[in-house]
Design a protein around this ligand. Structure first.
Ligand code: GTP
Ligand code: MG
Length: 196
C-alpha cells in the first residue's frame, strides 16, 4: 500500500455523506486535542494533510482519506470539548453515532489517549462503548515526547494494565516514535479485511 498516494475523499458533515463503499476503514478516535489529526499526518508522512490546531475542536467533520484506493483512514472529530455548545455537541454525537453504528467496513479503531494525562472519563466511556458494540480497537498512547523515560514507561504500564488485553502502542507525532509499528498494523488490518 503506497501511503503517499492519498486524497481526501470527503469531509462528511452529515450522516448521509458517510462513506460505505466496500473499502476497509480505519478510524482515529479520541478526545479533542489529543492529537488524532497529527497522528494521521505522521502515519502518512505528510505535514498538513489533516488540519491540526492548538485550539481544541478543530476537526468537526468525519474526514475520509483514501489511501492508495485500498482503505480509508478516517479522522473523527474529538469528544469532550467543553466549550462546544449543546447543539454542536448534538451534531457531534449524531454524526459519530451514525459513523459507528452498523459499520461493517470499520476494521479497526485507533483509540488515542494522552500518555501524559492518562485516560479521561470520556476515554473510558468510549472504550466501554466500543467493547459493547464489538468494535475492534487498539490504544495509541500519544505525546510520548512529553515524558521522560521513567514516566513514559510507568504511564504505559498503567494503560496496559487498565485496558488489558488491548494492545497499547506508544506514539509521538513530534518524533515519529511508533509510526512504523502502527503503519504495519494498518497494513495487516487491510490485508485481513481484503482476504476472502
Ligand atoms: P481535534 O481535531 O480538536 O479533535 O484535535 P486532534 O485530536 O486532531 O488534535 P491535533 O492533531 O489537532 O493536535 C492538537 C495539539 O496537540 C496540536 O497543538 C499538536 O501540535 C499537539 N500534538 C499532537 N500530537 C502531539 C505529540 O505527539 N506530541 C506533542 N508534544 N504534541 C502533539
Ligand atoms: Mg483533528
Amino acid at each position: 500500500m503506497n501511503k503517499h498516494n492519498v486524497t481526501l475523499a470527503i469531509s462528511a458533515g452529515r450522516r448521509d455523506q458517510l462513506l460505505r463503499d466496500g473499502k476497509c476503514q480505519i478510524a482515529l478516535s479520541g478526545r479533542s486535542n489529543v492529537g488524532k489529526s497529527s497522528c494521521l499526518n505522521k502515519l502518512l508522512g505528510r505535514k498538513s494533510l489533516a488540519r491540526v490546531s492548538s485550539s481544541p475542536g478543530k476537526t468537526v467533520t468525519v474526514n475520509f482519506f483514501n489511501v492508495d484506493g485500498k482503505c480509508y483512514l478516517v479522522d473523527l472529530p474529538g469528544y469532550g470539548y467543553a466549550k462546544r455548545s449543546e447543539s454542536e455537541k448534538r451534531v457531534w454525537s449524531n454524526l459519530t453515532d451514525s459513523y459507528f453504528q452498523n459499520n461493517d467496513h470499520l476494521a479497526l479503531v485507533l483509540q488515542l489517549m494522552d500518555l501524559k494525562t492518562g485516560p479521561s472519563r470520556d476515554d473510558r466511556t468510549m472504550i466501554s462503548y466500543m467493547q459493547e458494540m464489538g468494535i475492534p480497537f487498539v490504544i495509541i498512547a500519544t505525546k510520548l515526547d512529553k515524558l521522560n523515560k521513567t514516566n513514559g514507561a510507568k504511564n504505559l504500564k498503567a494503560l496496559e494494565d487498565e485496558f488489558f488485553p488491548t494492545p497499547v502502542f506508544p506514539f509521538s507525532s513530534l518524533s515519529g516514535f511508533g509510526a512504523d509499528s502502527v503503519w504495519s498494523l494498518i497494513e495487516k488490518t487491510v490485508e485481513v479485511f481484503e482476504a476472502p
